[in-house]
Design a protein around this ligand. Structure first.
Ligand SMILES: [Zn+2]
Length: 247
């Protein structure tokens, strides 16, 4: 295992362009529950009733009272963990790093990463459906539901609801950086959900080294990943960063 840290450190320091693809697994250590799978948010809430854009537009108060209230409370309290901080440090150590994330918690930016493509938007920012004025999570008071803009308009989170499209410019840029990178880190995701699932394949086909960091092996492990570092993302990222500093 130790040699994988050294190998990752060398691969990352020699790379001109690095892309990190991150998923729910990277935020678990920050107390953010995943949406899918066991213990996930969709076990508690029917997404069609609470997370579809039609449900929100029809009755924003109902969606705010249940799903959005809970998400806002989770995001309000969450702090970036060692894995987010490790990626932010990596940005200072290697030149060019873009993060593509399936997460909606905004923790990469809180950790200090500056180039983050959020496929599904985020719960850290909200805007008014009427005048589009933006509010950060901490500016929103849930004493009254539905929270409203100072103009009286309804606020919505800047995440993608079911029934909404991932903005095409994000998809285009993700494909572009995936095809140009020398190293792709896959962290905390089994990358089975599109369009994220394509990114390691695009990188691999274009000649990049794909390094997978996950607690368990995934469909990528034997198919696409050049090597697999098994364990908790936080510890592993800290070790890789320490190795890079030693080079
Ligand atoms: Zn407004």
């Amino acid at each position: 295992m130790e040699s994988f840290f050294k190998r990752a450190a060398r691969d990352l320091s020699e790379a001109k362009i690095v892309v990190a693809l991150t998923g729910a697994g990277i935020s678990v250590e920050s107390g953010i529950p995943p949406f899918r799978g066991k213990g996930g948010i969709w076990e508690k809430f029917d997404p069609m009733e609470y997370a579809h854009i039609d449900a929100f537009m029809k009755n924003p108060g109902k969606v705010w009272a249940v799903l959005l209230k809970e998400m806002k409370e989770i995001v309000d309290q969450a702090q970036p963990n060692a894995a987010h901080l490790g990626l932010a440090k990596l940005e200072k150590l290697v030149k060019n790093i873009t993060i593509i994330t399936q997460n909606v918690d905004g923790l990469h930016q809180s950790a200090g990463s500056t180039d983050v493509i959020e496929f599904h938007g985020n719960f850290a920012w909200y805007h008014c459906l009427n005048c589009r004025r933006r509010y950060s999570c901490s500016q929103i008071d849930l004493a009254t539901i539905t929270p409203r803009c100072r103009c009286g308009g309804t606020l919505r989170p800047e995440c993608i609801f079911f029934g909404e499209l991932i903005p095409p410019d994000l998809l285009i840029r993700s494909r572009q950086v995936a095809s140009q990178c020398d190293v792709m880190l896959v962290i905390g995701t089994s990358a089975v959900v599109q369009p994220a699932a394509w990114m390691p394949v695009i990188a691999k086909d274009a000649g990049a080294t794909v390094i997978e960091i996950n607690p368990e092996s995934t469909p990528l492990t034997n198919e696409t990943s050049d090597y697999f570092i098994q364990g908790e993302a936080g510890q592993i990222m800290q070790k890789i960063v320490a190795e890079i500093k030693r080079l």
